[in-house]
Design a protein around this ligand. Structure first.
Ligand code: PEP
Ligand code: MN
Length: 367
């Protein structure tokens, strides 16, 4: 997937106190007292870089609290003046963008329910044309990498280069321990396509429950994400939205204090040398695997031709069962994860079938 995204480093628009950016604040601005009291305690931790609050809330069911609206922007601005923290809000249409800009909001974000809709994202992008404000784009509700990249591209094409992605997990039919499945592979794929794009993790919306936040935060950092957005409330038990997943400013401070940030670019020479050596060995093995795969596929081609010339079906279930059974028991003996090896052979097998089907449909040169 090619992309022409142009982005500035995160350090150009968020001044971080520690190694990674910490964005914290309530899910929703509820009252002036709630917002200001939360903001004060967050600022006092000395660990928070940006204050967040939802002003317009995209709710699943009508009749739930849908955000305090414009009035909350005034409270946020008060909190900014008092604490010195830059403020961030979610915008879901052009009016939200205009009102936020007029109220002195420093950073905007596009929510997961907006990222799914290119019309909405385009409306926001049009309202941002020529405006120099940082924008963070949450992943869409559904696990669709192109949709996420497309939203980032739309905002970027409006001239916004202070851009980041927020990984908040994906909706899944299967009920697991998480509110939204992390599906880390998608965030890794985004990073692979656009290495310079900062990615911030939102463990609160991934977890749905506060107990898991610290675990997911550490996982995100281990994957080299550059920041965390964590929902914090003066009294989570009485929060009007997302009560189960919010933490007090004190707990937030504790979570941040216990994170271990490992460097992705080690300065220690001895460590770097060891890493280079291990990577060299891995490169060698990877080359060998590719070479062996080419040899295997050359044999597959021969088998395909043979089957075609003898009118035998491409797929023979017995043979496939035998391959899978033998390879997985060998893998088990070598202490490899059986599920991983199964998945690997399924991929190899489907490529073999694809190649053989192609050969079946080619005329026999010899005839
Ligand atoms: C939020 O940040 O409060 C929010 C609504 O998040 P999401 O868009 O990830 O659901
Ligand atoms: Mn929320």
């Amino acid at each position: 997937m090619k992309t022409d995204l142009k982005v500035n480093p995160l350090s150009q628009w968020i001044q971080t106190k520690g190694d990674i950016a910490i964005i914290a604040g309530p899910c929703s601005a509820e009252t002036e007292e709630q917002l200001l009291a939360t903001a004060r305690l967050l600022a006092q931790t000395g660990k928070v870089d940006v204050l967040r609050a939802g002003i317009w809330k995209p709710r699943t069911r009508p009749g739930e609290f849908e955000g305090i609206g414009k009035e909350g922007l005034t409270w946020l601005n008060k909190a900014k003046k008092e604490t010195g923290l830059p403020i961030a809000v979610e915008v879901a249409n052009a009016k939200h963008v205009e009102e936020s800009l007029a109220a002195g909001v420093d950073i905007l974000w596009v929510g997961a329910r907006s990222t799914v809709n290119p019309f909405t994202v385009q409306e926001i992008a049009d309202a941002l044309q020529g405006v120099d404000i940082p924008v963070m784009v949450k992943n869409p509700v559904n696990p669709d990498l192109s949709l996420w990249m497309g939203a980032l591209e739309r905002i970027n094409r409006a001239g916004v280069t202070k851009l980041a992605a927020i990984h908040r997990g994906f909706s899944s039919f299967e009920k697991t321990a998480f509110r939204n499945e992390p599906m880390w592979d998608l965030a890794i794929a985004l990073k692979t396509h656009i290495p310079e794009l900062p990615i911030i993790c939102d463990p609160s919306h991934i977890c749905g429950t506060r107990d898991l936040i610290s675990y997911i935060s550490q996982r995100a950092i281990d994957l080299d994400m550059q920041g965390l957005m964590i929902e914090a409330h003066i009294d989570p038990s009485i929060a009007w939205t997302d009560a189960k997943q919010q933490v007090t400013p004190a707990v937030l401070s504790d979570i941040v204090a216990h994170l271990t940030v490992r460097k992705s670019d080690p300065k220690n020479v001895e460590f770097a040398d060891k890493l280079t050596e291990l990577r060299r060995q891995i490169d060698k093995l990877d080359d060998l695997m590719v070479q062996k795969m080419a040899e295997r596929m050359a044999l597959v081609e021969k088998i395909g031709e043979y089957k075609r010339d003898n009118n035998v079906t491409v797929f023979q279930v017995n043979r496939w069962d035998e391959i899978l059974q033998k390879r997985t028991s060998y893998a088990k003996a070598l202490k490899l994860d059986v599920h991983f090896v199964e998945k690997m052979f399924e991929l190899i097998h489907s490529e073999s079938i694809r190649m053989q089907t192609e050969i079946m449909n080619q005329p026999n040169q010899a005839v």
